[in-house]
Design a protein around this ligand. Structure first.
Ligand code: ZN
Ligand code: ZN
Ligand code: ZN
Length: 139
């Protein structure tokens, strides 16, 4: 075992705690994946296909085919949620141990806060929107 190193061949940066690659490689990867996905989605929309697998025709309701719908529903079981939560907890712990924000793992958290500033702001925005929606619903 050598020192921790991002999983990408030519990359010499250290990986984000809890991940195999560094943040920069992950962002590049995500960007590429998103572009590919968008292209697939456009094609699937035209063809009337499922927007999850892009292969099978979608159902009359929703945007997924029967298979994907079943699979998505299966993922909502309490057991699966518990597993996901465990994984997220382990990742957050690794990041906190490394002195980083548990949410993004890229920046150190703000003093006496759990999250870094950008994550904190994102979360605040999230809460604000939630509150606004609630206020609108109640009149
Ligand atoms: Zn990298
Ligand atoms: Zn599907
Ligand atoms: Zn963060």
């Amino acid at each position: 075992m050598t020192a921790e190193r991002c999983n990408r061949n030519s990359c010499k940066r250290p990986p984000t705690p809890g991940f195999k690659t560094c943040r920069i490689c992950r962002e590049a990867q995500r960007d590429r994946a998103r572009r590919v996905r968008e292209q697939h989605e456009t094609n699937a929309r035209y063809a009337g296909n499922c927007l999850v697998c892009f292969k099978r025709p979608k159902l009359a309701v929703g945007t997924a085919c029967q298979d994907c719908r079943d699979r998505l529903r299966a993922r909502k079981t309490p057991e699966h949620k518990a597993v996901e939560r465990e994984k997220a907890n382990a990742r957050a712990k690794a990041r906190i141990a490394a002195g980083l924000c548990p949410k993004c793992g890229a920046r150190p958290p703000v003093i006496r806060r759990r999250l870094c500033m950008p994550c904190q702001l994102t979360q605040n925005r999230h809460h604000d929107r939630h509150r606004a929606k609630k206020a609108a619903a109640t009149g």
